[in-house]
Design a protein around this ligand. Structure first.
Ligand SMILES: Nc1ncnc2c1ncn2[C@@H]1O[C@H](COP(=O)(O)OP(=O)(O)OP(=O)(O)O)[C@@H](O)[C@H]1O
Ligand SMILES: [Mg+2]
Length: 556
């Protein structure tokens, strides 16, 4: 943080919580508001061990105090002030400035996210950020809180994604208040209503997430906008500083510190393109839909951020969208396009730093215009891996994939179960049928089966050809199956697994959360028969279209 500028209008002590416009600077000092009577719920054992923290720390007085929002007693050299940042918002490539009380965009940013500490641990610098840590100058009249339900979802999902091999912010800890509640809109039990139909009181919680930085594409856009609009004399310097800070925190291994800023910018854009396209292909690989992939929810480090209205699909549906406000824009298979819009905004934000640098400007243009090609390649590689093939480089491969997608839609196939069963490379389609929600009726069944058998035979043929393609070192089917099982998870954090966990937690019982932590951090392992019976199964019919499970209208 030392290289960055503090908002010059901010009070030094960080106790200014009124919504206000922030015109310059990279962050505002702000102290979190502790939740009342915090109680420990969970910590990430894996992440603790990576950080070299003892498990017992998560329940120790000092740790609980700090990560439930009371930073007043932290020891040196930790500073007794936290920080929040402003950012811009663009939705599908269109900048929005009316989303703050001032209608200017200058009051938009971390409304309830407050960073409290940066630490270098085993050579890696981490920023630790409370979510739900109370109001900030960017709270826009909100209470700055996160409720238990959404905190549990985010806490579990982050570590699940990490275990799935998808880049993400990490979960450190989760504490709930035993006495403080806030009101939120929610769904009555079993309702099919699209929108929440009641107001409930929910306990507040603070989850702490950790990443090398929390810089979002929207943040770069904010500094570019200040530059473009000549908001203050140092705007371009602040843009450069935030970009260099991003490189330092997230791209130190790929961008040589000796280069000039324009040279660094080009490398940054190329690497971000690589990370973002690979991230999206991974999301699709595991059936994840972010739900609200605006530029302010797109981490410039190329990892998954903001587990708000996210969901993992049960049935394969290209238009799957757990968030009723997200529309088709942010639906499952449209995520490559949503990412491209964010990437375009990212490139535009960098452009002022390349003014009068023709060579680098051209290079950036090329990187930007090459996005869809790189994205396409990532997607092809991802589908090939899911199918156990080394490439999808012929027309027959493409037909195979297209037919599969059509069949999956027509048969209503469970995405996870289908690919996991396929990974065992069965002898016939019987095991695959475990994943069918709709096998047809009467003669229909026969027709559906015939089409699946045809597809399956083609797949087997291409798979065998692929195995023999390398004459010197042919792959065995057993080897292919093993690889497929590392790409096609068995266990996915389906919303109907999470709902009972947060319902139980509301009553003070955290057993299911612990169980989900355990199961979902080993998503590729077979695990026990009990786990399989409970967590490897089709979504029960009665849960389709139920509010809060199949769709969410808000996430906070
Ligand atoms: N209860 C709240 N009080 C104040 N600000 C809020 C609250 N809920 C959301 N916000 C702010 O509204 C904006 C949009 O919310 P969104 O759901 O994208 O983010 P989020 O889930 O809070 O945060 P993040 O992107 O930090 O994970 C964010 O800037 C967020 O900080
Ligand atoms: Mg957000």
């Amino acid at each position: 943080m030392d290289t960055l500028n503090c908002d010059p209008d901010a009070t030094e002590n960080g106790n200014d919580y009124e919504p206000r416009q922030v015109f310059s600077g990279h962050y505002v000092p702000v102290n979190p508001t502790p939740i009342k009577d915090p109680e420990y719920i969970a910590h990430s054992k894996l992440f603790f061990s990576e950080l070299g923290f003892q498990d017992a720390m998560a329940e120790s007085t000092d740790f609980v105090r700090l990560f439930s929002g009371d930073i007043s007693q932290v020891p040196e050299p930790i500073r007794k002030v936290g920080w929040s940042t402003g950012y811009a918002l663009s939705i599908y490539g269109v900048e929005f400035t009316h989303q703050c009380p001032f209608q200017t965009g200058n009051g938009y940013g971390d409304g309830r996210a407050i960073s409290v500490l940066e630490s270098v641990i085993n050579g890696q610098r981490w920023e630790m950020q409370l979510k739900g840590g109370g109001r900030t100058p960017y709270c826009r009249g909100g209470d700055g809180r996160a409720v238990l339900r959404s905190s549990i979802r985010e806490f579990l999902a982050q570590e699940h994604m990490y275990a799935l091999g998808v880049c993400t912010s990490r979960s450190l800890s989760l504490y709930v208040s035993k006495t403080e509640t806030v009101k939120r809109q929610w769904y009555s039990e079993g309702t099919r209503s699209e929108h929440p139909d009641m107001l409930i009181s929910e306990a507040v919680a603070i989850s702490t997430r950790v990443a090398p930085s929390f810089i979002r594409v929207g943040q770069l856009e904010l500094f570019a906008r200040r530059t473009r609009e000549n908001d203050h004399p140092n705007a371009i310097q602040e843009l450069e500083k935030i970009v260099l800070h991003l490189i330092d925190r997230e791209y130190g291994d790929v961008v040589d510190s000796q280069l000039t800023t324009p040279e660094k910018v080009v490398l940054l854009a190329r690497e971000f393109r690589h990370r973002l396209t690979s991230l999206i292909a991974n999301w699709i690989r595991v059936g994840f839909c972010q739900g609200n992939f605006n530029s302010d929810n797109c981490a410039a480090g190329g990892y998954t951020l903001d587990y708000g209205p996210f969901g993992f699909c049960d049935v394969f549906n290209p238009q799957y969208q757990p968030w009723t406000g997200g529309g088709n824009h942010y639906s499952f298979m449209n995520q490559p396009k949503a990412a491209q819009s964010n990437f375009d905004m990212f490139c535009s934000a960098l452009r002022p730093l390349l003014a009068s640098q023709q060579e680098q400007s051209l290079a950036l243009d090329e990187i930007q215009s090459g996005f869809s090609t790189v994205m396409h390649t990532e997607m092809q590689n991802m589908w090939a891996a899911k199918l156990g093939l080394s490439t999808l480089n012929s027309d027959s491969h493409m037909t195979l994939l297209n037919e599969l997608q059509t069949l999956m839609i027509q048969t209503s196939v469970d995405y996870t179960i289908f690919f996991r069963e396929l990974s065992s490379i069965p002898d016939d389609i019987r095991p695959l049928k475990k994943s069918f929600y709709n096998s047809g009726h009467g003669s229909d069944t026969h027709q559906v089966d015939t089409r699946w058998i045809e597809w399956f035979v083609k797949w087997k043929m291409l798979l065998n050809l692929d195995c023999d393609a390398n004459a010197i070192k042919p792959r065995t089917l057993a080897e292919v199956s093993r690889q497929m099982k590392l790409v096609n998870p068995k266990y996915i954090l389906r919303e109907w697994f999470v709902m009972p966990a947060y319902q139980q937690a509301t009553a003070g019982n955290y057993t299911l959360i612990r169980e989900l932590q355990e199961v979902m951090t080993q998503p590729y392992s077979e695990q026990s028969k009990d786990v399989e019976d409970k967590y490897y199964r089709l979504k029960p019919r009665e849960l389709f279209k139920v509010g809060g499970i199949s769709h969410l209208s808000c996430s906070s």
